[in-house]
Design a binder for this molecule. Structure first.
Ligand code: MRU
Length: 336
């Protein structure tokens, strides 16, 4: 079965079709958004998630707000969509592009112009992922056993994926790639989404609980680690799903290469270092429950940061569509 697109435009009904990732892997179902408010809710509730996919979705949200040719509505959409999730910089990049495009359009062509821009953002992301895959796969030996965290796949992007796109490309080059997938508590993007999409592509996949990664590395069972990113600072410090930092430390200790794959739209040159990146904190319910079932009483205090920062010293290379970047990141990222 071909993977359904995480986000696509329904041109017949002028609405956005979103694969509801909250239902995966149990059910393939879709949400239809007819307004920017629906789109904002879909992003906030993780029906659609992953930095590039959030950017693409938000762009369509802005286009939807222009259906009646009203600039005021576009301004409201830009504001509302910017308030959905703070960490993935792709969201703000896409909104900035939509705002700039809106400024060039009269009310008669406001909707068509913005829709065209959203389509472009989607197409560019797809292209970047393919390029990243080609460039990144060269880092992987003929036989690789790879550990990944969260979901940086087709589901998290316009398609093909960043980290998982690199693994797809490696396979397309005839390499033998076995993948261990961290379950990725508390929302289980690894166990639910990464395992689902890789199994459909015929990958050799094994899901592990997050606390099993160290034991696996100790057994020499992992040859490299690859993850995606939500925001990369100018010095290479990388914000990604909570647990990425622990994995990077484990990889460093075990001398296993640790790679980040992300399009250049994920690099935020205005953030000098990871400490400048805003980390989203989500509702404690995600920690107090497991896939909707109670785990601990509501009265138990919890902490639920959605992301952490991996210092650039722990990263061996950052794979982008414009090239594979090696340390020193501060100089080499600037060259992009
Ligand atoms: O909270 P999520 O599911 O949006 O977090 C997603 C991640 O952390 C991904 O690794 C990251 O966005 C890269 S997606 C290509």
């Amino acid at each position: 079965m071909a993977l359904p697109s995480p986000v696509s435009w329904d041109a017949e009904k002028n609405r956005l079709k979103i694969l509801d990732q909250r239902q995966l892997p149990w059910k393939v179902s879709f949400l239809f958004c007819s307004s920017y408010l629906d789109v904002a809710e879909a992003i906030e509730t993780l029906a659609v998630r992953g930095a590039p996919a959030i950017g693409v979705t938000a762009a369509y949200g802005v286009a939807l707000s222009a259906l009646h040719g009203e600039k005021k509505s576009v301004d409201l959409a830009l504001k509302r969509l910017a308030s959905t999730r703070p960490t993935a910089v792709n969201l703000f990049g896409a909104l900035h592009r939509m705002k700039k495009r809106a400024a060039t359009l009269g009310s008669k062509v406001l909707f068509t112009g913005l829709l065209e821009e959203a389509h472009k953002i989607l197409e560019e992301d797809l292209k970047a992922n393919r390029q990243m895959g080609e460039l990144g796969q060269t880092l992987f030996p003929q036989k690789s056993i790879v550990l990944t965290h969260c979901n940086a796949g087709a589901l998290a992007t316009a398609g093909y994926g960043t980290a998982l796109g690199v693994l797809r490309a490696a396979r397309e080059h005839g390499k033998e790639i076995k993948v261990f997938v961290d379950e990725t508590r508390p929302v289980f993007q690894g166990a639910r989404l990464t395992a689902w999409e890789l199994l459909q592509d015929g990958f050799d996949v094994t899901v592990i609980c997050d606390n099993m990664a160290g034991a696996l590395m100790q057994k020499n069972a992992i040859t490299s680690v690859i993850v995606g990113a939500d925001r990369i600072a100018a010095n290479g410090d990388t914000a990604n799903k909570i647990g990425t930092y622990s994995l990077a430390i484990l990889a460093h200790y075990h001398q296993i290469p640790f790679y980040v794959a992300a399009p250049t739209t994920t690099i935020d040159y205005s953030a000098k270092a990871g400490s400048h990146i805003c980390i989203e904190e989500r509702d404690g319910t995600e920690v107090r429950t497991s896939l909707g079932s109670p785990l601990i009483p509501d009265s138990f205090p919890v902490w639920n940061p959605a992301f952490d920062i991996t210092p650039s010293q722990l990263i061996c290379a950052i794979i982008t569509e414009k090239g594979v970047v090696f340390p020193p990141f501060i100089e080499n990222l600037a060259k992009l």
